[in-house]
Design a protein around this ligand. Structure first.
Ligand code: C2E
Ligand code: MG
Ligand code: MG
Ligand code: MG
Length: 275
């Protein structure tokens, strides 16, 4: 922890730019240690049928149980992890942990976010096969979420996506509508699910422009035979709009926030008793 103390001292001495650099180096060292010590935990958020509220799927979202700073969101460490090559190790831990948990949730699809580097790694498909086998999960129970920017590297990832599709693993395009590649990639890649970015959903009840985007995506997805998820649904008005637009599933705090596995299991049990 000498480096940490030194890092703190530096804050007063160096310019902001340098502080950022040394901060990133410190974070990198801590991240490597976190991988070795298994400090990453996975939280789960339900994805429910837009019409009847039934739980269709669950998204795995990584958090870092930092020994000093508490539970950290991905925005606080994933970029540095990706740029330093640690992202692959974290991603593999998330995939393994989430598939182990999902074995106890039959009939519910598991969505796992995967970074471009993970997808480009030659062993990725091997790990997926191994993990599915290990936990006796059907390939259709797993859905890999990629962002549109990942899809921009299509030549690099196309092969991996094709193999995943062949195995039967589902593919979702995350944060849809925020990238540039949207329309062509849906035609050329084996995509099953489109997740409408929460920035559009935020305005679903009030903003004409957001409503237009949501309706256009819903229509296009329908024509292409793709499932749709609206993410970041926080209130009933937003949900009413996306449902009327024809979106098939919703995810957001209106239904349930991301929670640890045991809490999701408890929620699932309660929901199925009610349904
Ligand atoms: P994402 O995949 O688009 O995940 C949805 C984000 O929306 C999550 O943020 C979730 O906590 C948040 N969210 C849930 N309900 C609501 C709501 O009602 N309103 C709003 N405004 N937001 C809501 P989180 O957990 O901070 O994750 C941020 C991003 O980090 C994810 O965005 C995903 O791109 C990335 N990420 C998370 N876990 C992993 C992982 O295991 N691997 C990789 N490569 N990326 C991950
Ligand atoms: Mg996602
Ligand atoms: Mg498919
Ligand atoms: Mg998203």
């Amino acid at each position: 922890y000498a480096a940490k103390a030194a890092g703190k001292n530096r804050v007063q001495v160096f310019s902001p730019a340098l502080v950022e650099v040394s901060g990133a180096t410190l974070l990198e060292a801590e991240l490597r240690e976190a991988v070795d010590r298994g400090q990453f935990v996975v939280h789960y958020q339900p994805i429910v049928d837009a019409t009847d509220g039934r739980c269709l799927a669950v998204e795995a979202l990584v958090r870092w149980a930092h020994p000093v700073r508490g539970l950290l969101a991905p925005a606080e460490f994933l970029d540095v992890a990706e740029h330093t090559g640690i992202g692959n190790a974290i991603g593999e831990q998330v995939l393994r942990a989430a598939c182990a948990e999902a074995a106890g949730w039959p009939g519910i699809a598991l969505h796992v976010n995967v970074s471009p580097l993970q997808l480009a790694h030659p062993h990725f498909v091997t790990v997926v096969r191994e993990v599915l086998e290990e936990h006796q999960l059907g390939p259709k129970q797993l859905i890999i979420e990629i962002t549109e920017s990942t899809v921009l590297d299509a030549p690099a990832v196309q092969g991996t996506l094709d193999v995943l599709a062949e195995i039967g693993v589902g593919i979702a395009v995350d944060d849809f509508g925020t990238g540039y590649s949207a329309l062509t990639t849906l035609r050329t890649l084996p995509v099953d699910v489109v997740k409408i970015d929460k920035s559009f959903v935020a305005g679903a009840a009030t903003e004409d422009a957001d409503q237009a985007v949501i309706e256009a995506i819903a229509q296009m997805a329908d024509r292409l035979g793709l499932q749709t998820v609206a993410e970041g649904v926080e209130d009933v008005d937003q949900q009413d709009f996306v449902r009327r637009a024809g979106i098939t599933a919703v995810q957001g705090r209106l239904h349930f926030p991301p929670v640890p596995a045991d809490e999701f299991t408890a929620w699932l049990t309660r929901e199925s008793l009610v349904a």
